[in-house]
Design a protein around this ligand. Structure first.
Ligand SMILES: [Zn+2]
Length: 45
């Protein structure tokens, strides 16, 4: 049985940003623990 990409991403566990507590879906290319807002802040700094 082939699992569709949609089902695959739906089954991914949600991450919670340790910085702001925002929950977000793990992105395929993301290895960061923080959400996009916080990680982009860190890059600017
Ligand atoms: Zn955050």
């Amino acid at each position: 049985m082939i699992q569709s990409p949609v089902e695959f991403f739906r089954n991914l566990p949600k991450k919670q940003c340790p910085n702001c507590g925002h929950t977000f879906s793990e992105q395929a290319e993301s290895y960061l623990m923080e959400c996009q807002d916080c990680s982009s802040d860190n890059i600017k700094k």
